[in-house]
Design a protein around this ligand. Sequence first.
Ligand SMILES: Cc1ncc(COP(=O)(O)O)c(C=O)c1O
Length: 439
Amino acid sequence: MNVPQNLEHYWMPYTDNRRFKKSPKMIVSAKDMYYTTSDGEEVLDGLATLWCVNAGHCRPRIVEAIREQAGKLDYASSFSLGHPLPFQVAERIAGLAPETMNHVFYTNSGSEAVDTALKIALAFHRLNGEASRTKFIGREKGYHGVNLAGISVSGVPANRHAYAGALISADHLRHTQDLGSRAFVRGCAESGADLADELENRLIPLHGAQNIAAVIVEPVSGAGGVLVPPKGYLQRLRDITARHGILLIFDEVITGFGRLGTPFAAQYFGVEPDLMTFAKAITSGTVPLGGVIASDRVYETFMNSPGAGVEFVHGYTYSGHPLACAAAMGTLDTYAEEGLLTRAAGPIASAFETGVHGLQGLPHVIDTRNLGLMGAVELAPRAGAPGARGFEAFEKCWARGVFVRPIGDCLAFCPPLIVEQQHLDQMFGAVSEVLQRLD
Ligand SMILES: Cc1ncc(COP(=O)(O)O)c(C=O)c1O
C-alpha cells in the first residue's frame, strides 16, 4: 500500500536515514487518534505526532477549511498587500492570549518564530536607545528550533556542537531537573523556584543587564525531555527580567493552544511575558504556520518609531499564507466547539497523570513527570550507550501499535487533546509491557 520503491532521494530530517531506510516505518493515513501504516496496522498517536496535532487527525472542519481556501485564494503575499484571513486569525489569537498581548507576527514554523522573537527583542531595545542589549539568555535542555539564533539559545548539546562557531551571543540558565530531590513529582515541584535567582546572582552580574536583550524559556521544556518548572520559578524570572529591563520570551511552540488546559502556558502559570512564540497546534499540524505574539508595549514601540517606512524589517514570503490561515480558522473553530483548549485541565489530565506515574517502579525507571497533557518517563541509560534503551523502548512500543517519542532515554507523551481513557489505557499499557521486558 503506497510504499515508494526508492527511498534514496529524500534526505530525512532529524532521522537516522540509514537505519530508517533499512526498515521504514511508513504512515499512509490518519484519523482522529490513529495512524494507519503501509502494512495496514493502526498505531495510536501518543505524541500528537510532533507535539502538533492537538485536534486529532483529519478533523472535518479543518480539512474543509483548507479545501475551500485552496480553490478561492491559493496564495497572496502580506508584503504591503493584505488579504482578510491573517487579520481574522490574529484577532482570534489575541483574544486567546494574555490580556496585554494583542499583536501577531506570522512565520511558517517554530524555528522561525523563535528567530523572529529574538530579532524583535534586538530591534525593540535599539528603538529605545539601548543598542548594547544584544546578548540572550536561554536555558540548558531548552529547545528553540534549529535556526542559528534558535540553537544559540537552545541548551541541547547535540544540536549546538557542530555549529559552535556560528552561534550568536548567548548564555544559559541551569535546567530545573533534579533527579535527586524532585523525581516522581506530580505536576510542579514545591521546591526549586530559587533556580531562577541564578539570573540575578550570576548571569546579570557576569554580562551586565545593559547588554542583555532577552531571556527565552519554554514554560515547560518539551523536546529537552518534558521538564516541568518548579512552582514560582517562572514568576521569579518575570520579576527579575522586569527589574532589569530585559524582555521575557516564552517559547510556547508546544505549550500553546491548550496543552496545559489553558490557551497558553502563560495563563496556566499566571505570568505575562513580553513575547510569546507559537506554531504547531495553531493549525493542529495540518499546514505550517507559526508566529510571535507581542505585548502592546513592544508593538507600540515599533509603531511609534520615528520616521516613515517599514517599522520592522523582517518577514517571510509565506507569512500569513492563506491556506495556513484557513487551517488555523478551522482549527480554532474545532477547539472552541469541542472545548479542547481547557480539556487538559479536566478529568482526562488526572487520568493521564495516573497513567504516567503508574510507570514508577518498573525496571530502569528513574523519573516520571507530567503537567496538563504532557508527560515523560525517564529510564536509566545503559552503560556506555546513552539513548539506546530509550530508542529500543520506542521501537517496541511502535511494534505494539503505540507511538511515543524517545528523547535520549526518556519516552515523551503528548496525545491529541481529544484523547479518551481507552487511549490512555492502550498507551500506558503498551509502555508498561515494554518496560517490564526491556534489558
Ligand atoms: C519549544 C519549541 N520551539 C521551537 C521549535 C521549532 O519548531 P519547528 O520545528 O516548527 O521549527 C520546537 C519544535 O519542536 C519547539 O518544541
